[in-house]
Design a binder for this molecule. Structure first.
Ligand code: FES
Length: 80
């Protein structure tokens, strides 16, 4: 498994995080849940003056925020 690292969000007051696990723009909701079913997004209120990093690798212990766990995925990957 490979990860590109977290999704950086700046200058935003609110984001919609996908909860149905089917979005093509993970971790953000892209409304796929309307056609494929599943629960709707979880709305997260943000401070637009701050920068946020959201987990995209599913390994964080501080969901939905990145805690740096994606760096261990690369290190722990088997050598080919
Ligand atoms: S696409 Fe998954 S919650 Fe909207």
């Amino acid at each position: 498994m490979s990860s590109k690292g977290p999704l950086k969000i700046e200058n935003a007051r609110q984001i919609a995080l996908c909860t149905c696990m089917q979005s093509n723009h993970w971790p953000l909701c892209d409304a796929t849940h309307h056609t494929l079913g599943g629960d709707g997004p979880k709305l997260i209120e943000l401070d637009p003056r701050k920068t946020y990093y959201f987990c995209t690798c599913h390994k964080t212990k501080k969901s939905p925020y990145c805690d740096g766990s994606h760096e261990n995925i690369e290190k722990d990957a088997p050598i080919k």
